[in-house]
Design a protein around this ligand. Structure first.
Ligand code: HEM
Length: 126
């Protein structure tokens, strides 16, 4: 992927769009995640689209609209347990597959998401 960002390598905006659709479809059905997300998932889906675009090297869409990401701080109002981090990642690994992101690119992206997911944990498991 010499000279290309992960964002470019996976197919840019279209692929990020597929990824967030595939992801939130699972989040809203997951018993551990459903209770902490709003019923109308579209605003969250749209913010995640902006965030993942910049997280993987695309245009800084999230920061342009919402300022400094400060993702851990933005998650503090929600009880993010280790169990919920695992649930989030299980939805994400399937979503990466559904978006057609494979091989070493999937591994690279998943590793970065995993690191970020554990950083978000702010509450112990029950
Ligand atoms: C927002 C849950 C990890 C990116 C949210 C919201 C919840 C949530 C409940 C707020 C929804 C609302 O607005 O009502 C979780 C859980 C995680 C997790 C359970 C498990 C570890 C992550 C990770 C990322 C991320 C790893 C980024 C790679 C975002 C973004 C928003 C968001 C961009 C929107 C922030 C905003 O309001 O501007 N998340 N999240 N989340 N999450 Fe997560």
């Amino acid at each position: 992927y010499e000279g290309q960002t992960p964002y470019e390598a996976i197919g840019g905006a279209e692929t990020i769009g597929k990824l967030v659709d595939a992801f939130y479809k699972r989040v809203i059905e997951h018993p551990d995640l459903k209770p902490i997300f709003p019923e109308d998932i579209m605003p969250v889906r749209d913010k995640q689209y902006l965030f993942l675009t910049q997280f993987f090297g695309g245009p800084h869409l999230y920061s342009d609209k919402y300022g400094n990401p400060m993702m851990r701080a933005r998650h503090l109002p929600f009880p993010i347990t280790p169990k919920r981090a695992e649930a989030w990642l299980s939805c994400m690994t399937k979503a990466l597959d559904e978006a057609g992101i494979e091989g070493s690119m999937k591994e690279f992206m998943f590793a970065r998401l995993k690191q970020t997911a554990y950083h978000m944990v702010n509450t112990p498991d029950e």
